[in-house]
Design a protein around this ligand. Structure first.
Ligand SMILES: Cc1cc2nc3c(=O)[nH]c(=O)nc-3n(C[C@H](O)[C@H](O)[C@H](O)COP(=O)(O)O)c2cc1C
Length: 186
């Protein structure tokens, strides 16, 4: 698969098989991530790979955060939905929490954040090449104190996203507006 094919075939994959991902495969994806462009070579990214008990703790945090956003989290249908969130999270083979550096200089901060997003894209494209499905998720959990404590983050770190990874059950179809409709040539 070449880069153009990987870009076109990468999808956010919601349905992942529970089969474990080999550690070497995850390491290849992480190695691709760190080759992202990076102004001033700050290498602002850090990756936390959650499996086993750490993943179960993450799943419990995710369930609690999701419940906090519900008007009636104790209603039977809400409990069922929350249990599914927990079970689906535990069944995900690997969760990669990605953090970036927070600094005093706003320009540096913005560039570091951009570089970290590029690193995440590299990681997901490497996944596409290796047959691994990924799904980048964000939301309120990124600022959750219990998640920060689980990762042992200092105040100068910001959680940018969580990449769910595993072998895909299937690849969803998505569409894009052709670039020509979003491009001005001057
Ligand atoms: C910065 C960022 C944050 C995202 N956060 C979420 C999220 O919290 N939940 C979610 O379901 N998808 C999230 N996504 C994934 C998008 O929904 C997905 O990329 C979009 O539907 C296009 O699908 P594709 O990735 O298969 O092309 C996020 C994507 C980006 C770039």
């Amino acid at each position: 698969m070449n880069v153009l094919e990987a870009i076109r075939s990468r999808r956010s994959v919601p349905r992942l098989r529970p089969d474990p991902l080999p550690r070497e495969t995850l390491e290849q994806m992480l190695e691709a991530a760190v080759w992202a462009p990076n102004h001033r070579m700050t290498e602002p990214w850090r990756f936390y790979v959650l499996t086993g008990d750490a993943k179960r703790r993450f799943a419990a945090i995710r369930r609690r955060v999701r419940a906090a956003g519900m008007p009636n989290p104790d209603a039977p249908e809400a409990v069922k939905a929350l249990d599914k969130v927990y079970e689906d999270t535990v069944a995900t083979p690997a969760l990669i929490v990605v953090t970036t550096a927070v600094c005093d200089d706003p320009v540096q901060c913005e560039e570091d954040l951009g570089a970290t997003y590029m690193a995440m894209q590299n990681l997901m494209l490497a996944g596409a090449e290796l047959g691994v499905g990924t799904y980048l998720r964000t939301g309120a959990i990124l600022n959750d104190p219990e998640l920060r404590a689980l990762l042992g983050l200092d105040a100068d770190r910001r959680i940018v996203g969580v990449i769910y990874a595993g072998y895909p059950v299937d690849l969803p179809q998505k569409r894009r507006t052709p670039a020509a409709e979003r491009t001005v040539w001057l």
